[in-house]
Design a protein around this ligand. Structure first.
Ligand code: GLP
Length: 261
């Protein structure tokens, strides 16, 4: 795992977008894993700008989102499909047929989960998985006690997640209590993982995820097992990290990051 600390949330989003753009330019057929949440909005805004101003091409790119609420149709304005269409898909030249989210309206949810896994495999697996982190440390909706080898499945949302996401809905009782999410094992199968977190409210959980013991209570700690994972944070989200001077030194001195400084 490598932690990169940027001075501001904008600088963090900028770096994340540039890493994605570099991967996409290197491989136009990239299979990109996507995330939702407020943190990602600034990343998608930058990708849209890179598309408009620097011709970043999404025409051959395939995407798989981490999760979707159970019981919300794609057209519902609170669905993650709607979020993705609004923030990214409708604003770049991606072929919508190449964009995938689990179907939270499927009659047979278990079958839908297995189908989603199969689709990812058929595309050759995920090349780059973008990740946010919930305040309880979840990746996607891998709530506390998610098995570290779990695959795509239905999860009941934990109270903290409900509290964190309820403000997105007009009234809290509109929020679904379950979601389909890629499993921790599904995420760990991605060839590269890129987690972004900003703001003081994430400082404690970022420190636990990066420097704490691996535990199914905090699914983000499983990223410590991943061979190629970058965690991009702003100064505020980095404030509880013990090794921040070391992480800063690596970013400033390792040739791998020359193009990004
Ligand atoms: C939701 C998503 C997660 C995301 C989290 C963080 O719960 N399912 O994938 O990481 O939100 O959201 P935010 O960026 O708004 O803090």
């Amino acid at each position: 795992m490598e932690v990169i600390i940027r001075p501001t949330a904008d600088a963090a989003a900028d770096l994340v977008a540039r890493i994605i753009a570099k991967e996409l330019r290197g491989n136009p057929n990239l299979v990109l894993g996507l995330a939702t949440g407020r943190t990602m909005e600034s990343v998608y805004a930058r990708l849209v700008r890179l598309h408009r101003e620097e011709q970043l091409d999404f025409s051959l790119c395939r995407t798989f989102n981490l999760d979707e609420y159970v019981g919300l149709p794609a057209g519902d304005r609170y669905s993650y499909r709607h979020y993705m269409n609004q923030h990214l898909f409708m604003q770049v030249n991606i072929d919508l047929r190449n964009t995938h989210l689990p179907d939270g309206m499927a009659d047979n949810l278990d079958f839908e989960c297995a189908r989603y896994e199969e689709q990812i495999s058929r595309c050759g697996g995920i090349d780059l998985q973008l990740l946010g982190i919930g305040r309880a440390g979840h990746l996607g909706f891998n709530e506390p006690l998610s098995a570290l080898r779990s695959r795509t499945r239905v999860k009941a949302l934990a109270p903290l997640t409900r509290a964190q996401n309820a403000p997105y809905f007009d009234s809290p009782d509109q929020m679904p209590l379950r979601a389909i999410t890629m499993g921790v094992g599904t995420i760990l199968d991605a060839r590269r993982c890129l987690l972004m977190a900003t703001d003081t409210e994430k400082a404690d959980i970022v420190a636990k995820a990066v420097e704490g013991p691996i535990t199914a209570m905090i699914s983000a700690t499983a990223l410590q097992l991943h061979a190629r994972c970058n965690v991009v944070v702003d100064e505020l989200a980095a404030s509880d990290l013990l090794g921040s001077d070391y992480y800063r030194w690596i970013f400033e001195n390792e040739p791998e990051w020359d193009a990004f400084r």
